[in-house]
Design a protein. Structure first.
Length: 336
C-alpha cells in the first residue's frame, strides 16, 4: 500500500539536497548523526527525520534539533511501518534535486555533500555518487578505511554495471551515497523484503553510471546493536519483521528466491532488447557466483522443514570429518 506523505509546510524552501534519516529507537547515536549533517560545508539541504514510532528518547532528541534549525523536519509515524516503508517515506517527503539516506547511527565527513554534489553536477549522465568508507566503532574510534569492490559501476555499459552489483560480495554500504533524485523516481526504492537495498543498487546500476570519491567521507558505524549485526546476520525471520511488521516467517525463509525474483523485475522494468537478454545471461551466471546456488537450496530446505536442513548439515559435517580422517597423515600414529 502506498504511503500518503504529510503535506509539506508552505514556508519550507526547496533545497538543493534532501537528506532522509529513518530512525527507530536510535537515541544512542542519533545526536551525533544529526550533528554531522548540520556540520556539512554545503548548507543548502533539508534533513527529514522519519521516526518509526520510537519508544525511547528519539522523539525528544529530534524535536530539540527541529526547534533549533529550520532545515530539520521531524515526522513521527503513528505506528511502526517497517524499515522499508520508513525509508521510502523519507524519499516521498523530499524535494531536493539530490537525495541521500543517512542512517541514524552513521556520520558524514563535513565535505561529503559538497564533494558529491559537485561531482554529480559535473557529470549529468551519472545517477549517484558514493564515497570511500571510514568504519568507526561504538566510541567513534577508527577501525579501518575501505571502499566497496564494485569496479564496473562507472562503466558506460549498463550490463557490466548490473553484473558488478549482483555478482560481488558487499554489504550495500553504497546505499548511503548521494543520488540524483530523478534517477530514484519510478524505481522500486526500498521494499518490504530483506535484500531490497541490494536490488535498489542493482536498479541504479541499470539506470546510469556511478561516480566514486576516493576520500573516505562516509563514516559507517559498527556496533553491537547495528541492524545488520543484531538481526540480518542472526535471525532472518526477525530481519523480515524489521522490514515489514506484518510479514510471515515463511516468506522470510526464501530470502535468495525472493532476491532473484526482484532482480528479474528490475531487469524487465529498466531494459529491453539485447540489453535485457544480456542481463538475463548475467542472472543465469548469478546461480554460480558467491555460492548462490547453495544458498537457494538451503533456503528451500529451510522452507520445507528446518529439521531437514539440520539433518543435511549433520550429514555434511560427518562426511567432511570422515574425509579428513582418510587424508594421508591424518591417521593416528601407533606407538611401537
Amino acid at each position: 500500500m502506498a504511503i500518503a506523505p504529510p503535506p509539506v509546510p508552505p514556508d519550507c524552501p526547496v533545497r538543493l539536497v534532501s537528506i532522509g534519516m529513518p530512525v527507530f529507537n536510535g537515541q544512542n547515536y542519533l545526536g551525533k548523526a544529526i550533528d554531522s549533517v548540520l556540520a556539512q560545508s554545503c548548507g543548502d539541504f533539508e534533513l527529514i527525520i522519519c521516526d518509526n514510532a520510537s519508544t525511547d528518547a528519539t522523539p525528544e532528541i529530534c524535536r530539540a534539533y527541529a526547534a533549533q534549525d529550520r532545515r530539520v523536519r521531524y515526522v513521527r509515524n503513528a505506528h511502526n511501518l517497517g524499515a522499508g516503508p520508513n525509508f521510502d517515506l523519507c524519499f516521498a517527503l523530499s524535494q531536493g534535486r539530490f537525495f541521500l539516506w543517512a542512517a541514524h547511527d552513521d556520520m558524514l565527513a563535513p565535505e561529503y555533500l559538497a564533494r558529491a554534489v559537485a561531482a554529480l553536477e559535473a557529470a549529468p549522465e551519472a545517477v549517484m555518487c558514493v564515497a570511500g568508507i571510514t568504519e568507526i566503532g561504538a566510541n567513534d574510534e577508527v577501525i579501518r578505511h575501505y571502499a566497496t569492490d564494485l569496479a564496473a559501476v562507472g562503466s558506460p555499459d549498463p550490463v557490466r554495471r548490473f553484473a558488478s552489483v549482483i555478482h560481488a560480495h558487499h554489504q550495500c554500504e553504497d546505499l548511503f551515497g548521494v543520488y540524483r533524485r530523478s534517477a530514484l523516481l519510478g524505481s522500486g526504492l526500498i521494499g518490504t523484503y530483506s535484500g531490497s537495498d541490494r536490488v535498489l543498487l542493482a536498479e541504479m546500476a541499470l539506470r546510469g553510471r556511478w561516480l566514486r570519491l576516493r576520500e573516505h567521507l562516509f563514516l559507517h558505524r559498527d556496533h553491537a546493536q547495528r541492524a545488520t549485526r543484531a538481526l540480518l546476520l542472526v535471525d532472518r525471520e526477525a530481519a523480515l519483521r524489521w522490514q515489514d511488521p506484518a510479514a510471515s516467517a515463511r516468506r522470510g525463509s526464501l530470502f535468495h528466491v525472493v532476491l532473484y525474483r526482484h532482480y528479474w523485475r528490475v531487469v524487465c522494468r529498466n531494459t529491453h532488447g539485447l540489453t535485457r537478454l544480456r542481463c538475463g545471461v548475467q542472472l543465469l551466471r548469478w546461480w554460480y557466483t558467491d555460492g548462490h546456488f547453495a544458498d537457494v537450496v538451503r533456503d528451500l530446505l529451510q522452507n520445507i522443514d528446518p529439521h531437514l536442513l539440520n539433518l543435511v548439515r549433520m550429514i555434511k559435517r560427518a562426511a567432511l570429518g570422515s574425509h579428513r580422517d582418510l587424508r594421508p597423515g591424518s591417521l593416528p600414529t601407533l606407538e611401537p
